[in-house]
Design a protein around this ligand. Structure first.
Ligand code: TXA
Ligand code: MG
Length: 347
């Protein structure tokens, strides 16, 4: 299959640009498109054969459910049995936006593979002009996971999608670099208090201002459960080829770590705030200005992918605090690192 990549101008509301994508989706094909978080690989969520193509293209385990993207809040009642008040408040405040809300699904409306056998479904209205125009032109729900090969970092550029899925999907809509760069927050409102199954751009703090107490389990608490509530969280994710180690955000610690690794003949790629470049690692990928979490989030996956294009034998990534978007950044970094920390040997 030939993969075409067409550029869509996000500043022009011209639905003709979208007709190829809409036709393909209506025919039961899959299409990659940008959202404000990461690129998604979409199929019409009521078409089982189409949804199965997503799993095949990504190499995704079939027990991992997909998020359903919709173009308006009104559509929610088509898919959800009874919309909880808490969910309504969240939609009013955060939609369109990077928040997926897990609710009890109506039976026999969505394709069975979308929910992977669960009684719930995660819905989200994305805040990206291309995604919204596509959904509103199509007038159908679109099931879409991130448009990467399973186990690779999520794509934040059309070229990342090409790298992973070239030849396996017919079309990529190129809307430039996505803004947030980390996948949406997944919030389960079927439990009391509501629980964050995956941290993202809508933070625990932001949610609590609107709906009161929200639970955000740590990664180790999530691992202890035999069946994680968000099935996707149990798989290794976001992993570049060289091993990733977390390292404390402290310039002297990182300096020693690089020295010690060089003594062992390792080629070091460093992901850290811009001022760490002076430490002369073999490859440097800037997290932007120190402490700016939005910048770290926006660049993280691109940096992890860029490491694969170097000869680095080890990747060091500096950590950040878990306030605000920091929770999502550390969640993804810990996964990329398999929670390995680099320990500096004192001499
Ligand atoms: O930002 C995003 O959410 C992107 C863009 C494309 O919208 N999508 C995305 O989808 O990240 P995906 O499939 O890569 O991640 C969906 C996560 C998985 O961890 C999955 O297990 C969880 O959401 N999930 C989906 N439906 C669920 C459900 N009914 N109950 C619990 N977890 C669910
Ligand atoms: Mg994903």
């Amino acid at each position: 299959m030939k993969t075409s990549c067409i550029s869509v101008d996000i500043f022009v509301d011209n639905s003709e640009n979208y007709s190829q994508a809409v036709d393909l989706l209506n025919k039961g094909e899959v299409v990659a498109f940008p959202t404000e978080t990461v690129y998604g690989l979409g199929a019409v969520a009521t078409n089982e054969d189409a949804v199965k193509k997503i799993f095949a293209a990504k190499g995704r385990p079939s027990d991992n459910p997909l998020i359903v993207h919709i173009g308006s809040i009104e559509e929610v009642s088509t898919y959800i049995e009874k919309v909880p008040e808490i969910a309504k408040k969240c939609m009013e405040k955060f939609w369109p936006g990077p928040l997926t809300i897990v609710m009890k699904a109506k039976k026999n409306v969505l394709a069975p593979s979308v929910t992977a056998g669960l009684s719930t479904v995660g819905l989200r209205m994305p805040d990206h002009p291309v995604a919204l125009t596509l959904l509103q032109t199509l007038k159908k729900p679109v099931a879409a996971p991130s448009a990467n090969k399973s186990g690779k970092p999520s794509p934040t550029k059309a070229k990342h999608v090409e790298e992973d899925l070239q030849g396996q999907i017919p079309l990529i809509l190129d809307g430039g670099t996505t803004g947030i760069g980390l996948e949406s927050t997944v919030l389960d409102v079927t439990v009391t208090p509501p629980a964050i199954l995956r941290p993202g751009g809508i933070t625990k703090e932001m949610l609590e201002e609107v709906i009161g107490e929200v639970i955000q389990p740590t990664l180790s608490e999530q691992d202890q459960k035999e069946t994680p509530k968000a099935p996707g969280m149990k798989y290794t994710h976001y992993a570049p080829n060289a091993p990733v180690y977390l390292v404390e955000q402290n310039i002297e610690t990182v300096r020693k770590a690089i020295e010690q690794l060089h003594q062992k003949g390792e080629v070091v790629a460093l992901l850290a705030p811009s001022e760490y470049e002076q430490l002369n690692p073999d490859h440097f990928f800037s997290f932007g200005q120190q402490g700016n979490k939005d910048e770290i989030g926006a660049k993280l996956y691109d940096d992890l992918r860029a490491c694969d294009k170097t000869n680095a034998s080890i990747i060091l990534a500096t950590t950040t605090s878990i306030e605000g978007v920091g929770a999502a950044i550390m969640n993804r970094l810990e996964k990329a690192a398999g929670r390995k920390w680099y320990s500096v040997k004192e001499n």
